[in-house]
Every structure is written in C-alpha cells, then in structure tokens.
Design a protein around this ligand. Structure first.
Ligand code: NAD
Length: 517
C-alpha cells in the first residue's frame, strides 16, 4: 500500500499544501493524493470503494486516487447550487461579485506555485508552460470577467408610437441559473476558469466536472473560492468520467439550466442529445483540424517560430494547434527543413525541469490513438520528415506516454490524417501554388475552429485571414488572445462564442421590459 498524502489535510495552510503537492509530484513512486468532490462548501468524505486511479502521464505511476461522484453526489451538488441561487447569490450586486472575482485572482496569484505543481502533476506538461500559460491565464480570466461584468450596460430602444406617444424597451439580464461546466484535460485550469469566472460574474451557480485525467486544480480552486468568501453552494466540483458517470449524471440532470462544455466533437454531440429533451442552452467549444497557410513572401524565421509553436505547444494538445500546414511550393523545402530543425530543438524530459519544452501525451490510451495515425500516415505512403515513434527518455520516464514530435509530407486532404483531429505534436505539410488554392485547401474540412496565415503582404493577410471559415483567424501569429474577443468555432468545432460580451450573453437570460410612456 502506498503512503497517502490526504489532500483534505492541506487546507490548514498553503505552505503545507505546497510542500505536500511537491512531494506528490516529485516522489511519484511514493505518494498518492486523494482528490474529493466538493459540494455545498465542503469536501465530501473520500470513499475508496468509488475511486479511480489517476496516472502521472510523465512516469506512468499512480499519482492520485479520485473519488468518483455517483448520482447522489451529483444530486447534492445541483441542489446546493440551486439553494445558493435562492439564498441570494443570483441577486448579489454586480460590484460585489466583481470584487470577489478580483480577490480570487489575487489568491490564485498568492498560491501560484501550488496551482502550477498540481497542473504539472496531472498533465505532465512542462512547469514553464504551466506558469506562463495555464495558471497565468486563470488569474487573467478572473480579472477580465470582473472588468467585463462591472462595465456591462444594457441596450434600450425608444419606439415612436402612432399619436405621438412613445414606448421604452430595455432588457434586464438575469443569470441562467445552475450551469453545468464540463472541461477537458489539455488546459484544465485555464479552460475551467474561462467558464467559471464568467458564469460567477453573471450570478450563476456552477457544478463543474473536470476531466477524469486532470482533477486537481478544480479542487484547489474550491479552496481558493472558499478562502475569498464565495457563498457555499455557488461552486461545486463532481469528479468522475463521462458516459454512465458524473459527466452524464450532470448533463442529464433536471436541475441544470445550461451546459457549457469544452471537449471533443463526439462528446459534444452526445451532450447535445442529452439536454435536448429539456431544451437547455449549450455553449460548445469542440475539436479542430486547424490549418496554417504560409505564403512565399513570408519572413521565414518568424514564420517558423510561430508555426513550430502552433504545432508543438503542449505536445500538440491544444484545440487551436495546427495539424495541416499549406506551404507555397516555392518555399516548401525551406519550411519543411526549418520545421524539422525546430522539432529537433524541442526538449522532451522531466516536466519539473525548467528547461523542458515538451511533455508527454496525457495518457497511454491517447498515445494509442496518435500512434494509429502514425501507422495510417505511413501506410498511405507519407514521407516521415521527422519523428514517427516513441522516444526513450530513461528509466524514470520510459513508462510515461511520450511521443516523438512528428511531421509528414506526401499526403493530401483526402487522407484521414488531414481530416480527423489527432491532438498530438504532429502536422502534415502540403504544397500549394495559388492563393485561391490555399484558401480552398484550408477550408476543406468539417471543422472550423482556428487558422493562421503567414505573409508579409498586408492586403493578402487581411483577405485570406477573413476568408478562413473559422472562429479565430490569425495573421502572422498564433494563440494570441484578447479575452474580450469572441472565442469559439463553427461546424464540428462548436456552437456559440464565449469571451467578453459573448460570455455575458451566454451566461444570462434577458427579460425585455416594454413601458408605454
Ligand atoms: P472529451 O470529449 O473526451 O471529454 C471532455 C469532458 O467531457 C471530460 O470531462 C469528460 O469526462 C466529459 N465527458 C465525456 N463523455 C461525456 C458524456 N457522455 N457526458 C458528459 N460528459 C462527458 O474530450 P477530451 O479528450 O477530454 O479533450 C480533448 C478534446 O477537447 C479535443 O477534441 C480538443 O480539440 C477539445 N478541446 C476544445 C477546445 C475548444 O476551445 N474548442 C479547447 C480544448 C480542448
């Protein structure tokens, strides 16, 4: 039996938590954390008869035991959320909610390294990335939605009526109610806070279901929210899986008023069917098969830096990552060679090492999926420009779910490798000759999440950027996000937009009041 570092014991002080979390992530073979459901302002007692093992993706060793919520835990969470709304959270003055969100951001900052350690332990992502992206963005999410809600106004319309009278229309925005928040494993805290901050800003209560692969930071956030004085029941966490488990118990619950979901298109479709009988609103941020289009007038070095980020960040496990690279034939070899060199410069290794750039895939199951596309690419006659296998990183890491960054050429849009989301550090390079052809190739997909265009021609950049059938189109950059701008996708990539005012729209229901003057 492995010694247990019981996470509930950590709430006595952040420092103690930090050292124990570090122990959990460093002494992988010795320590196992228990992760609990959080309902109505308190953790539910851990029940190891209903728990699952969380595997550290870097080492393959069990790093935590997670209490799987059954129907009764989900019922309790939804009931607690509903009570919290009725007890006054839904009508809290906006400035109080905004002030609370700012305190959350400050508190995450104060416990920054604990969040980093928890995220690294769950995902195996490099510590530098967790600091720079995941936890930093969590702080920004709370600050941004505090600002957005504090500054939000309402539209009004003055109508002229026959006979010279007038009527005034204005809408009051009310919270949706109890919002189910379901998130994936690739950017666990970032994606969770992106939804929770906006939902709470609007006066909703939430029941969140983090991925079974990455349960820790949602639980740690529960501590922070309690510390800053969020009323009990406003934020609840239920752990577990999707179908036949906490995810489905939540989305099929009659007590929820809406679902905000980030995950795969297949699961999104399932969730949509589950909520359809009760006609609940959904916000879906789903998969992608994102293209980059590289013109021959480009600043090559700058483009290679951007493209290599777009392909390899977070081991390719970002919904926005590029898996299709269309390159003008005149510079095809330069781009291919340049990207191969960038791939070679990536540093795979111990996630807690500051110098590591690239972590493992999230799990062996996911690696099997990625490897099946490696096999398909090779069977289809693709040329493997680099990678194509499993790296050997030494005894401590060889049981992790590592994969080599991989690039192909010699296959086209008719191949499944270019049609289906792989979600790994991979891309296929395809040459084009004209701008029209490049646009056609990039838009030849059922997905519609993101695209990037690389050119030094300003007019072409705008033209092609606008022609991309996606929710987010970048020119000479990738992943640059102003949190006030709309985020989401079309086609298989999702329904609706979140971000800035778009989030306020999803997380509220307007009641129009028409007053005859
Ligand atoms: P997933 O769809 O397997 O799981 C996502 C979440 O849904 C998890 O919490 C899971 O437990 C839950 N779930 C699964 N089945 C469910 C069901 N039947 N009912 C209710 N909940 C269920 O996705 P994943 O593998 O965790 O994440 C990777 C996917 O997420 C990729 O497709 C990626 O593109 C997508 N993603 C999209 C965005 C975006 O903003 N568009 C961002 C990140 C990830």
């Amino acid at each position: 039996m492995k010694p247990t570092c019981d996470r509930s014991g950590y709430s006595s002080g952040p420092k103690e938590y930090l050292s124990d979390m570090a122990a959990c992530s460093e002494a992988r073979t010795m320590a196992v954390c228990t992760i609990r459901n959080f309902v109505d302002g308190a953790e539910i007692e851990f029940d190891d008869r209903h728990s699952s093992e969380k595997i550290d993706p870097a080492s393959g060793v069990v790093s935590a035991l997670v209490h799987e919520a059954d129907q009764s835990v989900v019922d309790a969470a939804v009931a607690a959320a509903r009570r919290a709304l009725a007890d006054g959270w839904a009508t809290t003055p906006v400035r109080e909610r905004a002030a609370l969100l700012r305190r959350v951001a400050d508190r995450i900052e104060a416990r920054f390294e604990e969040f980093v350690a928890a995220e690294v332990a769950d995902t195996g992502k490099p510590v530098a990335l967790a600091r720079e992206l995941d936890v930093a963005r969590a702080v920004a999410n709370f600050r941004t939605f505090a600002d957005v809600v504090a500054a939000a106004g309402q539209e009004s319309f003055l109508m002229d009526l026959p006979g010279g009278r007038q009527a005034l229309n204005y809408a009051v925005r009310k919270p949706l109610g109890v919002v189910a928040v379901i998130v994936p494993w690739n950017l666990p805290l970032l994606l969770l806070t992106w939804k929770v901050a906006a939902a709470l800003a609007c006066g909703n209560a939430v029941v969140v279901k983090p991925s079974e692969e990455t349960p820790s930071t949602a639980s740690l956030l529960a501590e922070v929210l309690t510390e800053v004085g969020l009323p009990r029941g406003v934020y609840n966490v239920v752990h577990g899986f999707g179908a036949g488990s906490a995810g489905e118990f939540l989305t099929s619950h009659t007590g929820i008023d809406g679902v905000t979901f980030t995950g795969s298109s297949a699961t999104g479709s399932h969730v949509m069917r589950t909520v359809a009988p009760r006609v609940r609103p959904v916000s879906f941020e789903l998969g992608g098969k994102n293209a980059a289009v590289v013109f021959d007038d480009v600043d090559l070095d700058e483009a290679l830096t951007g493209l290599s980020k777009a392909i390899f960040t977070n081991t390719g496990q970002v919904c926005l990552c590029t898996e299709r690279v269309y390159v003008h034939r005149a510079i095809f070899d330069d781009v291919a060679n340049g990207l191969v060199a960038r791939a070679a410069a990536l540093r795979l290794g111990e996630p807690t090492d500051d110098r590591t750039t690239t972590g493992p895939l999230i799990s062996k199951t996911h690696r099997e999926k990625v490897l099946s596309y490696f096999a398909l690419a090779e069977q289809s006659g693709a040329k493997v420009l680099t990678g194509g296998g499993i790296p050997r990183l030494g005894e401590a890491l060889d049981d992790g779910s590592w994969i080599e960054p991989t690039l192909w050429s010699g296959i086209g849009n008719d191949n499944r490798v270019l049609r289906e989301e792989i979600f790994g550090p991979v891309a296929a390079l395809v040459p084009f000759d004209t701008e029209e052809q490049a646009i056609e190739l990039a838009n030849d997909t059922e997905y519609g999440l993101a695209a990037s265009v690389w050119t030094n021609d300003l007019r072409r950049g705008h033209r092609v950027g606008q022609a991309m059938n996606v929710g987010m189109s970048w020119v000479n950059t990738w992943f640059l996000r102003d949190l006030l701008s709309p985020f989401g996708g079309m086609g298989l990539s999702g329904i609706g937009r979140e971000g800035g005012a778009s989030s306020l729209h999803f997380y509220t229901e307007p009641t129009n009041v028409c007053v005859q003057l």
